[in-house]
Design a protein around this ligand. Structure first.
Ligand code: C5P
Length: 296
């Protein structure tokens, strides 16, 4: 039996980062949005665990036990009786690797869901979500999708059910940024951390891109720009071509641009296409559902 799962990338509309805590993590208040850029994972039964990666940035992704999808499978195999001891996991990537859009976390979430469906475990979102949080801070949101407020390490989620639709242009970068390195630079820049309070009008502004644009916030952005100064020019270029606002996605280096509509997005995408620091451009919309089985 083969199971195929699609899983979306995420954008942080707000990423408020507190001071480094004793557990080595930073407390967060964040608003996640899942966008229609999908990794696809196919699971086939096998005697051992094997991972193959194709698509966007595949060469840069480890395929051994360090890969989060690999760890997700072995975590499930350690607790539950599975039909075979291993599986072949084929991941086709569209989410940029080490791009600040939770691509590795997405593949882990897809693996949890695929194993659950394949083995008929019926774990449900809550139980899968708890296992997801053990694997990484962004894994629970990749399962949930949509729009959600995250606290704790970003793993405690509260869905936001407001009906909204956002149009984004993504500017992909050549090469990734290490999340721990970005948080490390954040600690140097903001030893006392930043405020964990979202601006009061944030939820209401979600319904209108022009109101949302000035409220978009990423406390990691200064750290990402310190490590990759050329991103400042990418952000300026996107806004010059008509984006309502641009910001670094998560720990970067992908830059995301909120646009008024699809026509504006097409202009921004065309304007960024030839930029020397931009390796690729995507127009996406959000929010979209989280990880889901497309074939079993
Ligand atoms: O949870 P995840 O494995 O994605 O985190 C990767 C790294 O990012 C952590 O080891 C930590 O250095 C940093 N991080 C953090 N605070 C968070 C989330 C991640 O410092 N809330």
């Amino acid at each position: 039996m083969t199971v195929r799962v699609r899983v979306p990338a995420k954008i942080n509309l707000a990423l408020c980062v507190g001071a480094l805590a004793d557990d080595g993590f930073h407390p967060l208040t964040t608003v996640f949005e899942a966008v229609d850029l999908w990794d696809e994972l196919t699971l086939r039964p096998a005697d051992d665990v094997r991972l193959t990666i194709t698509g966007e940035g595949a060469d840069a992704v480890p395929t051994g036990p360090a890969n989060l999808a690999h760890r997700a499978f072995t975590r499930m195999a350690s607790e539950f009786a599975l039909p075979t001891p291993g599986a072949v996991l084929e991941v086709h990537k569209a989410i940029p690797v080490a791009g600040g859009m939770a691509g590795g976390s997405a593949d882990a979430a897809a693996t949890l869901l695929a194993v659950d469906a394949w083995a008929g475990l019926g774990l449900g979102r809550d139980r899968l979500g708890r296992i997801a949080a053990e694997l990484g801070s962004d894994v629970p949101f990749a399962l949930l999708g949509g729009l959600a407020r995250g606290t704790g390490r970003g793993d405690r989620l509260e869905p936001i059910t407001r009906a909204v639709s956002h149009t984004w242009v993504l500017a992909l970068a050549e090469g990734g940024l290490s999340t721990p390195a970005v948080y490390g630079r954040f600690d140097e820049l903001h030893p006392a951390g930043c405020s964990l309070h979202l601006s009061p009008g944030f939820d209401a502004a979600l319904a209108d891109p022009r109101s949302l644009a000035p409220l978009l916030r990423n406390d990691l952005q200064a750290a990402s720009l310190a490590l990759r100064p050329a991103l400042a020019d990418v952000l300026a270029a996107g806004e010059r071509h008509g984006a309502l606002a641009g910001l670094v996605s998560g720990s970067g280096p992908t830059c995301v641009f909120l646009c008024a509509d699809t026509d504006a997005a097409a202009r921004v995408a065309a304007g960024l296409g030839g930029h020397p620091e931009v390796a690729g451009v995507r127009c996406v919309t959000g929010p979209v559902p989280g990880a889901h089985v497309v074939a079993a």
